[in-house]
Ligand binder design. Structure first.
Ligand code: SF4
Length: 374
């Protein structure tokens, strides 16, 4: 047992040193005016990347730390509450550490604009609860806000390098993507498929899942404290995560059975195993959220709650001549808002919807009603 443990320790120490060394070389290479944008979800892979990047920066003389590093997280505004709380705590620790050590690190959060939030689109405009065939949320809640942040940096600096915690052994789809890019581009950087001027760097691409957990268990985070909160979160949620998503091709984990760290409202998954895991491990306050999500999934295909026409006033049929229902009716949207406010009351935590969203939703209803009466 001890011999096996010693072997594991030797392996993780030498692997970690190699990773830090290669991050240092990459940081110092190319044009240093191109910022690094580290996609940080608060999950295990992006935490290990942030940890390694901090270690690499700290091992460099302050005069050589000239490249900006942006640690960017995405808040869909319907994040699973325990995951969001963990992310906020880690972001605060990263911010404090970066400030204390004068590291060129900025901690940022991207969010969808109010007119594209989950509630504005679902309750305001009546978009049906997302499912596998109509997954309108990933692009609007995750991809667009973070892509815009990256493109703004590309505009300001000429190029940007996205640092991701993608690993080869993560999932079949990602493995194929990583392999394809590796074959095409022998450098450590590969052009992002959808963001011109952005390149992707994957410093932990060769780490296995066991290596990631061994690193988390072996090395305390350079920003202080420990990784215990992260380990507990995975234990309670029974694994899985919804990673930082920058293109549809890179979003296989979002809204699938393995995406247990996604939005609490996610109706794309059959069962919300993350929240259920938290409830099973004693966090009973999340039960009203699970009930609401299950209800939202259930009412989706009830024809009584769906308009005959689409929002553009047209009636649509599929290739077999079957009618495709339109958005939720105004009555159904009112019912969903009422039920959401009841859920908020029963939950008792941070508000589930903002007052600004409610005001905008009511303005959209008024516009839709006036269009109908014309
Ligand atoms: S977790 Fe679910 S609701 Fe959230 S963006 Fe992904 S698919 Fe959509």
């Amino acid at each position: 047992m001890n011999a096996a443990n010693d072997l594991m320790q030797d392996h993780i120490h030498s692997l970690w040193s190699e990773i830090i060394e290669s991050i240092k070389q990459e940081y110092l290479s190319e044009d240093q005016s191109y910022p690094w944008i580290l996609g940080f979800s608060g999950g295990k892979d992006s935490t290990v990347v942030a940890h390694a990047v901090f270690d690499a920066l700290l091992s460099l003389a302050p005069s050589r730390r000239t490249r900006e590093v942006h640690v960017v997280s995405n808040d869909t505004l319907v994040e699973s509450p325990l995951v969001a709380a963990h992310l906020h705590r880690t972001q605060a620790a990263l911010r404090n550490a970066a400030k204390s050590w004068c590291l060129p690190v900025t901690i940022a959060t991207t969010r969808p604009p109010i007119e594209k939030t989950f509630w504005t689109l679902l309750i305001g405009k009546g978009y049906p609860s997302p499912n596998q065939t109509m997954r309108w949320c990933t692009d609007r809640l995750k991809i667009q806000p973070t892509s815009q942040y990256i493109l703004d940096r590309v505009c300001a600096k000429g190029a940007a390098i996205i640092v991701l915690g993608v690993r080869r052994d993560e999932s079949e789809t990602r493995r194929i993507n990583v392999n394809r890019r590796k074959n095409l581009h022998q450098s450590n950087l590969s052009p992002h498929s959808e963001l011109p001027g952005a390149f992707v760097y994957r410093p932990i691409v060769e780490m296995t899942t066991d290596d990631v957990w061994d690193a988390i268990a072996t090395f305390p985070p350079p920003w202080g404290g420990s990784h215990t909160g992260l380990i507990q979160l995975y234990r309670d949620a029974e694994g899985g995560e919804c990673p930082v998503v920058l293109s549809k091709a890179e979003a296989p984990g979002c809204g699938t059975a393995s995406s247990r760290f996604g939005c609490w409202t996610c109706t794309v998954v059959e069962k919300d195993r993350s929240l259920q895991g938290f409830v099973d491990s004693g966090n009973r306050e999340y039960k009203p959220l699970i009930d609401f999500r299950d209800w939202l999934k259930e009412i989706r295909n009830n024809p009584n709650y769906r308009s005959v026409e689409r929002r553009n006033g047209k009636i649509q049929f599929d290739a077999l001549g079957k009618h495709i229902p339109g958005p939720f009716t105004i009555q159904a949207r009112r019912m969903i808002l009422e039920k959401l406010l009841e859920t908020q009351e029963a939950y008792g935590g941070d508000p589930l919807i903002s007052n600004d969203e409610i005001d905008l939703i009511k303005a959209i209803w008024a516009q839709d009603l006036s269009k109908k009466s014309q």
